[in-house]
Design a binder for this molecule. Sequence first.
Ligand code: FUB
Length: 342
Amino acid sequence: LVSVSTGALAQPTSPPKTYLSQPLVSEIYTADPSGHVFDGKLYIYPSHDIDGPTAEDDLGAHFEMRDYRVLRVDTPGGKTVIGPVALDVKDVPWADRQMWAPDAAFKDGTYYLYFPAKDKAGAFRIGIATSKDPMGPFKANPQPIKGSFSIDPAVFTDTDGKSYMYFGGIWGGQLQRNTSGTYDPNGSKTDLGADDKPALTAKVAAMAPGMTEFAETPRDVVILDENGKPLTGGDHDRRFFEASWMHKHDGKYYFSYSTGDTHFLNYAVGDNPYGPFTYKGHFLLPVDGWTTHHSIVDWQGKTWLLYADTQLSGQTRLRNVKMTELSYNADGTIKLIDPFVK
Ligand code: FUB
């Protein structure tokens, strides 16, 4: 027996990753999952990722999605059904490109799809489309919501029937280019550039009863630290970046969001839908891929976290949605979830 040495030292290899959960679908790429229970079934309104030609940049030009597909799960752990095209950008009169993270709501027999897209001037606006079927197809309104800007709408309906839209995102989400009330295409690429000042944050507005207009001028979703001071722009592990979500637990309002460039999902708790909200911590550690975006939904006696990573493709622009159980400690804090099994 002859053994031949190459002379090279063996390189340490990292152990293979074990994922906490598996992609819900592998036929198409999906991200930014917004979950809602309609008639006992879980409907998921995700972004529909495609492999476009645009190079990656800090403003997300590589997320060049053109349509939406709705997912449906009838029982936890059961098969995920992929719906047909629910809305295509070519059928949205005002929109030009980049159909980013959507959400949905139901009222008086109509399903509402809320979605951000860039208009012909390159400014993100939030549009509305309606359907009688939660899977669509949806018909778009000719104009975006009056006074809307930025990205990532999340519509929360409180127990009193009143609905609120949370939205916004910095960097590619353009919040920093909308501080004067109109879109400034030459504004900062990232944030306010003022690390010691209160950070830019999400917006919230009550929806008018018809669900297609804001009932008021959007206000800031203020997130306070343990000393009652707003989180600052330089606090990248805690400050808001994008991916707003609101849910209620034991009478408290949980505002959750992504920290973007530090890749955490965080939450803050308040006493009413407008806040202020007190920062509580991370609840999902960084996933594979640059973005992290989620929703939290009660279904069949449990609370579920819908999230996404890049397990199937290894590419930030081609993501896959996942689902795992989320639970609370006795004091109402959320138990931290690691997307990998160690
Ligand atoms: O999917 C495009 C954008 O990436 C979303 O709108 C953000 O939340 C981030 O996930």
